[in-house]
Design a protein around this ligand. Structure first.
Ligand SMILES: Cc1cc2nc3c(=O)[nH]c(=O)nc-3n(C[C@H](O)[C@H](O)[C@H](O)COP(=O)(O)OP(=O)(O)OC[C@H]3O[C@@H](n4cnc5c(N)ncnc54)[C@H](O)[C@@H]3O)c2cc1C
Length: 471
């Protein structure tokens, strides 16, 4: 039987491969892993080498496998005994941990009879051809597989529509906040569009890289993410009651009322505990909303959810506060309407609740508006092909693709695509919260359980540290 294709080698791709390789030796799983040209396990989040880029969750519970949740923390403690479960560690350490763990899994795999083919190229297309799936990589090679997992992360950022060609061509408007060129002239005035955790990363990097730059952050509400407490808050006693109330009334306005009531009726409870307590119930709650209510959630509540749910570690919040106090960083609430120019950029933006636009002049603008999951209009070659050829059904709200509870892809005609699963950001339409490590890990487990077990196509051995075909 043909192998399983795994497309993408960020955290999600790594977790699915590691999960598949845990199968008993008798299953002799065959995997073709399309890793692109990036370091395994890193993806966008963990490729950073900056120590100021911290995990936004505590180090406890981030192990590669759900049955060894403390493994990451323990691996860091091996080098530094002072590390505590409640610490927020640099993301680079998590990347190192993932990379080393996956390499260990791969090293054990061949000996245990699993067959892995590592492809250092991107998957360009995936098609159903009679009884096989065929993946074509960007070198033009065809790979026949029985099943496939799409773990491609978020889509490449798209430049905001208000950005004019001259601004884009000038190189002073950067729509990809993760890959700012090394040779950018130091800006005196920097504009960051967006104010979520991505913007926080940009601010911290810019503050270190350009000590003379003044920074303006522009977003609709002009609010940065809330801050984690130094220690986790005690759980709410009314959490179960709140879940039930929310599920019973799947309407956004009612939900806001229930949350307010829960906070009122339990004086002293930390709101963070209530928000964190909703994590496990989020997919069910999201599934209970119809399309109209989802639209309402996106328009009115999303920003509040994002800043409450995706919080800054305390150390990060202190750095941001210091920048604001020193006058180097300011926040403004409104919307960019027009960005033009090829020297300094001229930005017209409309302050929140006002009609008249205001004008800003900046040397550099960085778009940090969050992860794009709208597959309807993307440059991602594989996703584009899958949508155009009607293998993937786009969510009408632009939140990703349709899938079943076990992450199996649902086609535009409503039928599941046999053997094809999706993991990570593109599941936003189905699960809402789908990018956090615990959610990805749980998804990897579900998918591994759902995939049939193919025997190996051929026996492989280890060559030059990688597992490769021997015959
Ligand atoms: C800056 C940042 C910080 C974060 N911090 C945290 C955190 O602290 N805690 C937490 O729980 N979550 C965090 N997240 C959420 C994060 O999304 C997940 O933790 C995780 O990294 C997502 O992994 P992924 O594999 O789905 O996507 P990605 O990391 O984007 O990896 C996808 C990979 O697939 C590759 N790829 C794409 N298309 C193809 C193709 N056709 N063929 C081959 N390869 C392809 C891409 O190049 C990429 O390497 C953070 C996210 C970001 C962006």
């Amino acid at each position: 039987m043909k192998p399983i294709a795994v497309v993408g080698a960020g955290a999600a791709g790594s977790m699915i491969v590691a999960e598949l390789l845990r199968r008993p030796a008798s299953s002799r799983t065959g995997i073709v892993w399309f890793r692109g040209r990036q370091h395994v396990g890193r993806g966008v989040a963990y490729a950073t080498s900056a120590d100021e880029h911290l995990l936004n969750v505590r180090s406890a519970g981030l192990g590669l496998h759900a049955d060894a949740p403390g493994e990451f923390r323990e691996s860091v403690q091996d080098h530094d005994r002072r590390v505590r479960a409640s610490d927020f560690l640099p993301r680079r350490l998590y990347g190192e941990y993932l990379q080393a763990s996956v390499q260990r899994s791969l090293d054990h795999a061949a000996a245990r009879g699993h067959a892995i083919e590592l492809i250092d190229a991107e998957a360009r297309s995936l098609r159903q051809e009679s009884d096989a799936l065929v993946v074509e990589d960007d070198g033009g090679r065809r790979h026949e597989v029985a099943q496939a997992v799409l773990a491609v992360g978020a889509l490449p950022p798209r430049t905001l529509a208000c950005v004019q060609d001259d601004a884009w061509r000038s190189g002073r408007y950067r729509s990809d906040p993760w890959h700012l060129p090394e040779d950018l002239a130091p800006p005196k005035e920097l504009l960051v569009l967006g104010s979520g955790l991505t913007a926080v990363d940009v601010i911290l990097s810019a503050a270190a890289r350009w000590p003379d730059a003044r920074m303006t952050v522009l977003s609709r509400h002009g609010v940065l993410p809330a801050q984690h407490n130094d220690e986790p808050a005690a759980p709410s006693l009314r959490q179960a009651y709140l879940h039930e109330a929310l599920l019973d009334t799947p309407r956004v306005r009612a939900w806001v009322g229930h949350v307010r009531e829960a906070l009122r009726s339990e004086p002293g409870v930390d709101w963070r505990a209530l928000v964190d307590g909703l994590r496990a119930a989020t997919p069910a709650l999201w599934a209970s909303l119809d399309a109209t209510e989802r639209g309402r959630f996106l328009r009115h509540v999303r920003w509040a959810w994002e800043i409450s749910r995706h919080r800054m570690p305390p150390a990060t919040a202190r750095q941001i506060a210091a920048l604001r106090e020193s006058g180097r960083l300011r926040l403004i609430a409104g919307q960019a309407e027009h960005v033009s120019g090829n020297g300094p950029l001229t930005v017209y933006w409309r302050p929140r609740s006002r009609r008249r636009p205001e004008r800003l002049e900046v040397d550099l603008a960085v778009q940090a508006t969050g992860l794009d999951t709208d597959v309807r209009n993307t440059d991602h070659a594989l996703v584009r092909q899958l949508v155009d050829e009607k293998y993937l059904a786009a969510d009408p709200l632009g939140l990703g693709v349709r899938a079943r509870e076990n992450c199996q892809v649902v086609r535009p005609d409503g039928t599941p695509w046999p053997g094809v699963h999706v993991l990570g950001s593109l599941l936003r339409a189905e699960q809402w919260e789908c990018t956090g490590l615990p959610e990805i890990r749980a998804g990897a487990q579900r998918i591994a359980a759902a995939l049939r077990v193919p025997p190996p196509a051929r026996l492989l051995g280890i060559v030059g540290g990688h597992i490769a075909q021997t015959s």
